[in-house]
Design a protein around this ligand. Structure first.
Ligand code: IFM
Length: 446
């Protein structure tokens, strides 16, 4: 096989290659005594999930994790999450022994394959019992999440290489409470303002508990997008500034500078939880690393008739993935550079998610997906360009190891390096998987 991707030797020594997954998207909520999560509740709402599906079975990873980890094994690290509603089916109170046992066995299986476990504590599966108490809108979520953190870290923390608190707080807060696209499916600016703050408060509280437990190598995973105004009109340019403040600046600015951007506070200030300023010290807890998820570019256009933030996101001219997301690798380079120069300096950064959905079927035992390989190539080169300019980028994780439950898109969008045929649960590594293993897999080029 010839090399079509940058190879391990192109990256600095010790650079970590990995794949990423999340619990609700692959495990199968029906198994092992998991409680109802707010995604189960949303999936019961007619029309909420495009193909009417849920995470009930997903990739049946609960039973098939050995086979899946064999597929992850050629890389250095494996990023996965623990499902809050599996560990604490009612959100609080007694832990589910089957869940603790499952994550114990999963951890050992990761280690047995020589993979470094990179654990995400929260990847969107808050128990429905807590969602009914207000979920991320309720300030108590910080205590609930802190307690959950202690339970699961007490069980598997001793074997983790790295731990992050929350995956993509922007999606937890904004996409879920403002756009209504994710559970709990709300469209309410006050709920969003509270969630935007409480998700950071919960991060800060979890960091405090993790440090107190002596857990090492702690981070958070934020998602960023390139932002370009749809046109050069003053109104669109100003919509772009607002969008940038909400998606790209809100979380990192709170964590590294202890403040929220004025351009976002304009919309949120009157609705923020009382005395939010007093929480900024906890939120600013120092990180050991930052996870960066990057997929695409967005193009805000002013829409003065809509309520704040009074904008729509328009399609641009670039090549698109099956999600309709434009392919813009330069944005990854710019994001990493901006983080270095404006926020994180020399802090280690990991690209914890980058990937693309493209549709490709199994034909004669093979899945041909050249667009995905090209996408990976372009984004790996963007990382290399930033490293060359002095960026302290320590790793690159492809999203995702497997095709899986893509939230409100159900099973219709396929991000995996490995194709999953959901009826039979048969896994077929795609061509992109073979290319990536060939380029950076441990057995071939270490
Ligand atoms: O599938 C999601 C993942 O759960 C979080 N980051 C983006 C991915 C693709 O949409």
């Amino acid at each position: 096989m010839s090399n079509v991707l940058p190879i391990r030797a192109d990256f600095p020594p010790g650079f970590q290659f990995g794949t990423a997954t999340s619990a609700y998207q692959i495990e199968g909520q029906d198994f092992g005594g998991a409680g109802d999560s707010h995604w189960d509740a949303l999936a019961r709402r007619k029309g909420a999930i495009q193909d009417g599906s849920s995470g009930a079975v997903a990739c049946d990873h609960y039973h098939r994790f050995g086979e899946d980890l064999d597929l992850a094994a050629p890389f250095d690290a494996y990023r996965f999450s623990v499902n809050w509603s599996r560990v604490l089916p009612d959100g609080r109170g007694p832990a589910n022994p089957a869940a603790l046992d499952f994550y114990d066995r999963l951890t050992d299986a990761i280690l047995e394959r020589g993979l470094k476990p990179n654990l995400t504590l929260y990847h969107w599966d808050i128990p429905q019992a807590l969602s009914e108490l207000g979920g991320w809108r309720n300030r108590d979520v910080a205590k609930w999440f802190g307690d959950f953190t202690e339970v699961i870290i007490g069980q598997i923390g001793d074997r983790m290489t790295a731990v992050s608190t929350i995956n993509e707080p922007f999606c937890v807060a904004w996409v879920s409470h403002m756009e209504g696209a994710h559970a709990p499916g709300m469209k309410d600016v006050k709920a969003t303002a509270h969630a935007m703050h409480n998700v950071l408060l919960a991060h800060g509280e979890a960091m405090r508990r993790l440090r107190a437990m002596g857990q090492k190598n702690l981070g958070i995973v934020l998602n960023f997008e390139a932002v370009q105004a749809f046109t050069n009109s003053q109104a669109d340019l100003s919509a772009a500034v607002t969008r940038d403040a909400v998606i790209n600046r809100w979380f990192i600015e709170a964590i590294t500078k202890g403040r929220y951007p004025d351009e976002a506070l304009i919309g949120f200030e009157p609705l923020m939880p009382e005395n939010w300023q007093a929480d900024m010290e906890l939120i600013q807890a120092p990180l050991d690393w930052l996870g960066v998820n990057y997929y695409t570019i967005c193009r805000p256009a002013a829409a003065p008739d809509l309520p704040w933030p009074a904008m729509t996101l328009e399609a641009g001219p670039l090549e698109k993935t099956a999600m309709g997301w434009e392919v813009f690798p330069q944005g990854l380079k710019e994001t990493l550079k901006r983080l270095r120069t404006d926020y994180t300096g020399d802090l280690p950064l990991y690209v914890t998610e980058n990937g693309a959905a493209f549709d490709a079927n199994v034909e004669n035992g093979r899945v041909s997906d050249p667009q995905r390989t090209k996408f990976i190539d372009q984004h790996m080169r963007a990382v290399l360009a930033e490293i060359k300019e002095g960026g302290n980028i320590k790793g690159f994780y492809y999203w995702s190891l497997l095709d899986n439950f893509e939230w409100s898109y159900g099973y219709e969008q396929r991000f995996g390096l490995v194709h999953v045929e959901y009826d039979s649960q048969k896994r077929t590594p795609k061509d992109s998987y073979h290319h990536l293993v060939h380029a950076v897999g441990r057995s071939k080029s270490d």
